[in-house]
Write a protein that binds this ligand. Sequence first.
Ligand code: XMP
Length: 329
Amino acid sequence: MEDIRRPDGMERITTPELADAFIAEQIKALQAQVGERKVLLALSGGVDSSVVAALLIKAIGKQLVCVHVNHGLLRKGEPEQVIEVFRNQMDANLIYVDATDRFLDLLAGVSDPEEKRHIIGEEFINVFADEARKLEGVDFLAQGTIWPDILESENGIKAHHNAGGLPEDIADRFELVEPVRILFKDEVRMVGKQLGLPENMVERQPFPGPGLGVRCPGAITRERLEAVRESDAILREEFAKNGLEGKVWQYFTVVPDFKSTGIKDGKRTFDWPCIIRAINTTDVMEVTAEHLPAELIDHLVKRITTEVPGINRVLYDYTPKPPATVEYE
Ligand code: XMP
């Protein structure tokens, strides 16, 4: 992938100066393309959409309308960070939609992994389309498409996530704006840093679209989902404290849908286990488990079993891919 020339044969962005030059060029191009009109963006808080938002805010300010949909399956603190960074610090025009109940009601009792993914994906589009229909005079839809997405869709590996998923009445209304489409991921991160986005936002680990939903296997309940969210927050905090953030490719917790017997304060408990997964990879096709220091595992066991309601046991998943996948669903 490294050797493929991008459309304009551009130089690889490897320094802050080159990132600054890209930003200046893009701002001019975006201003010329958009003029006085408005742009809509689904802002998830992931690296690509955040960088697109920051670029557009610099270029056209409040003519950008960001919609952040909280499907209730985000990690602890994520929606708050999106609001803090974009609305409070960057003064963006941000619509925040808390659609937690809408998603969790639809997902109640659904245990099939593919059906869960389908419901989450479809409802995301419904919520975003509902917001888009309420807006008047918006001519453009911005997207965080990056260069590997283009290569993969050209090679037939996966369809690139363009406006294709949107209902026709919405998709037909918009012209696409894709300001980072010629960048590789490391370049997007460098541009994000130069745009002033927080380090933990531009360097963050991959997070699947269906979010914590795939880490709460089987039918999602609010209680078990909270146990996933709280244990994930503890894991991330400990990785950061121990200098592992940015060194381990991906790490998270899973709370499976079975209970086992335990003991707390002299009384019998019957609670869920929490599984820790920490992996390294270069291409995601093959993955190895990270071997965490024993003291850190001991500390995580202690914190998770004492601080997370409903957990009485911690397990550590050592399985590579193959035979296991990274996520549990
Ligand atoms: P698997 O479980 O397939 O995961 O070994 C490989 C990588 O892909 C991420 N992943 C997803 N990312 N939408 C995404 O955007 C998804 O539906 C999805 N499923 C898995 C996973 O977190 C891992 O990094």
